[in-house]
Design a protein around this ligand. Structure first.
Ligand code: ZN
Length: 293
């Protein structure tokens, strides 16, 4: 097995989408909120948990990338306590290469093969020198202020730290999705749920964020139906009856679940609430028809 190591030629990030142009082709677009987090989790799976991970291990020095990325995330509490200056100090201490340009792109990867793009860029440097002198031309030419372009990604360390730079530059922090449990990057820590597909059965087509809303809406309808049914029966049997107790217990359990779900709707917690609403001893079985009761 002697696979040639993949080398990254450049990375371009626009509108929070990452395109990686490497000697093996063009990868992406990847959402910036997930991309580095997915790489981090894969590195952790491989180097901390010894799991067999293949993605991203084609680049030079993935282990070095893991050591430094883990260290930087620990030191900065997953980018919650960092600044561009910290980043810069860290980068130069470990000699991580960084050649970063903002606002320049010819979207070459859409037209050329990666190697042709590199050749073209060399020529186009002359054109850009000319453009610097000619403000009017620049103003009238398509110019992309939101594009971040990283050239020097010789190793996987440079590559992951280009992504770290983008996140720090744009004030992202990394946090854990309260639904699926995976890491994701956010600008506001008020965001609790990521944009991955939900792992919740029958809601896999929704993102975690949408799935939580859909699932809790469905549960709420079910809760109201059961609430009405149990309350009606409690009234029929009167105060201190067994049925009144069943109704009151149902209410307090639901309140407790709803309270916990509001704080963080993990898949496990939603499964537990679902089992309570649909399968516990005092609720109507899932497929029973209302008229039978
Ligand atoms: Zn998630």
């Amino acid at each position: 097995m002697c696979e040639e190591l993949e080398r990254i030629l450049f990375i371009e990030i626009e509108n929070d989408s990452v395109i990686v142009v490497s000697t093996h082709g063009i990868h992406g677009p990847h959402p910036v909120s997930l991309f580095l987090c997915e790489i981090y989790e894969k590195l952790r799976n491989k180097f901390e948990y010894g799991k067999d991970e293949r993605a991203f291990f084609n680049y030079e020095d993935p282990h070095g990338a893991w050591i430094l990325l883990k260290d930087y995330f620990q030191k900065t509490n997953f980018l919650k306590n960092t600044t561009l200056q910290d980043f810069e100090e860290y980068r130069s201490r470990y000699e991580i290469a960084s050649e970063f340009k903002k606002g320049e792109s010819a979207r070459l990867y859409e037209i050329f093969s990666p190697l042709e793009a590199i050749a073209f860029k060399t020529v186009s440097k002359k054109i850009e020198q000319y453009r610097i002198l000619d403000k009017e031309t620049i103003d009238n030419t398509a110019f992309y202020p939101d594009i971040f372009h990283y050239d020097s990604c010789r190793t996987m360390i440079d590559f992951v730290f280009a992504l770290v730079h983008y996140l720090v530059f744009n004030n992202y922090k990394i946090t854990q999705c309260n639904h699926c449990g995976h890491l994701f990057a956010v600008k506001s820590l008020k965001e609790k749920y990521c944009n991955r597909n939900s792992p919740f059965t029958e809601y896999e087509d929704y993102s975690c964020k949408e799935a939580v809303k859909q699932i809790t809406d469905t549960f709420e309808k079910r809760r109201k139906n059961e609430y009405d049914r149990l309350r009606k029966r409690a009234k029929e049997y009167g105060i201190n009856s067994k049925h009144e107790k069943i109704w009151l217990d149902f209410c307090s359990m639901c309140d407790e679940y709803k309270d916990r779900i509001k704080k963080g709707a993990s898949v496990e917690l939603l499964m537990e609430y679902k089992a309570f609403l649909y399968d516990s001893s005092n609720v109507r079985p899932k497929y029973a028809r209302i008229k039978d009761y």
